[in-house]
Design a protein around this ligand. Structure first.
Ligand code: ZN
Length: 338
């Protein structure tokens, strides 16, 4: 009960990429870069083990961007046709490549890093992939015409990738769908269909992560417009609860999301975000336990996994490490009190 895991990214060491910056360019290249990514993953696997995190990940040390890291290895995308696109319903502008033909995977994208990590940890391991809807919201389309069609095409590629990662010993495959709490009608119309296509045939645990984003200014500004109660989850959780996805990762700590909304996930494992990713002060175990206990007012304790609100990538490394320890200590405290 109250096992622990993280939503996704962890900071890169300063020798690998510029610290405290999201999507920072690499500081190494060639073989040195590949060795650096491995060393950074090893550090974080062991940091998580030492802190007592139950389901560990490599903290996305192998990729610069959580969506483009996958897309870089997909055919049918023109990286010379970059477009400035207002993504997440124009919350911020991003330079995105353009889909110009049918998409297909050139080769396995993440197999090598997963083999490496599997070799170095005996804990259960999570791997994160971008979700189909979020991919479609992070790329320009000059081929498919309909986002729903493009999402299904990407979902098929994600499924190929996920099946290979499962075979390599990944225990949890998580699809990141921050676009889900922006385009709620599309989620019901085709977003969940695409997500289910991506997880088709997998026997490992599958999760979807839906958050309010990193602590970057554009997200903080957006949150200011959402009012006192953030009810986006309410529009999509009933459909997600009926889906084939096993786990839902959501933001709870220091959030305006009413905790009662987790009650809409009665049939799912709920990854309760008990660590704030927008502040550098490290939570006390007491604060973490309080969030977990609050969630338990609406779902059974067996359904609760303690998690972070989102990725920790833009934070100072020591802060992120401290938050891992706080997460594990808080979950242990909640377990003890229960
Ligand atoms: Zn997130």
């Amino acid at each position: 009960m109250f096992e622990t895991t993280i939503a996704g990214s962890l900071p890169k060491p300063e020798w690998l990429a510029e610290p405290e910056k999201l999507w920072a360019p690499w500081r190494l290249d060639g073989d040195a870069l590949e060795r650096g990514k491995r060393d950074a993953s090893l550090v974080w696997l062991k940091e998580q083990e030492a802190a007592g995190i139950d389901i560990v990940s490599n903290g996305e040390q192998f990729r610069e961007h959580f969506v483009h890291g996958f897309l870089k290895h997909v055919d049918g995308i023109d990286w010379n046709r970059m477009t400035t696109m207002g993504i997440r319903d124009n919350r911020y502008d991003a330079e995105v490549p353009t889909v110009t033909g049918p998409v297909s995977r050139q080769r396995p994208v993440h197999s090598e890093e997963v083999e490496f990590c599997r070799h170095y940890t005996s804990r259960r391991m999570k791997f994160t992939l971008p979700g189909p809807m979020t991919i479609c919201d992070t790329i320009a389309d000059d081929h498919y015409g309909r986002r729903a069609d493009m999402a299904m095409a990407f979902a098929a590629l994600l499924n190929e990738e996920a099946r290979e990662l499962e075979a390599l010993g990944v225990d949890v495959i998580q699809f990141d769908e921050p676009a889900f709490n922006v385009f709620m009608d599309d989620v019901r119309d085709w977003g969940i269909d695409a997500l289910q296509r991506a997880r088709e045939g997998l026997t490992c645990t599958t999760a979807v992560h839906i958050c309010y984003g990193y602590g970057i200014q554009q997200n903080l500004d957006w949150k200011q417009t959402l009012g006192d109660e953030w009810r986006q989850y309410e529009a999509i959780f009933p459909a997600l609860n009926a889906s084939t996805i096993d786990q839902v990762s959501l933001e709870c700590a220091n959030s305006h999301v009413p905790m009662s909304l987790v009650g809409l996930l009665a049939d799912k494992q709920v990854l309760v975000g008990a660590i704030d990713v927008t502040r550098n002060d490290i939570e006390t175990p007491e604060q973490v336990a309080a969030v977990i206990e609050d969630a338990c007012r609406y779902v059974a304790p067996e359904q609760v996994t303690a998690c972070t609100n989102c990725g920790l990538a833009p934070m100072p490394k020591a802060v992120a490490a401290g938050k891992l320890w706080a997460l594990a200590a808080g979950a242990a405290l909640a377990r003890e009190r229960l």
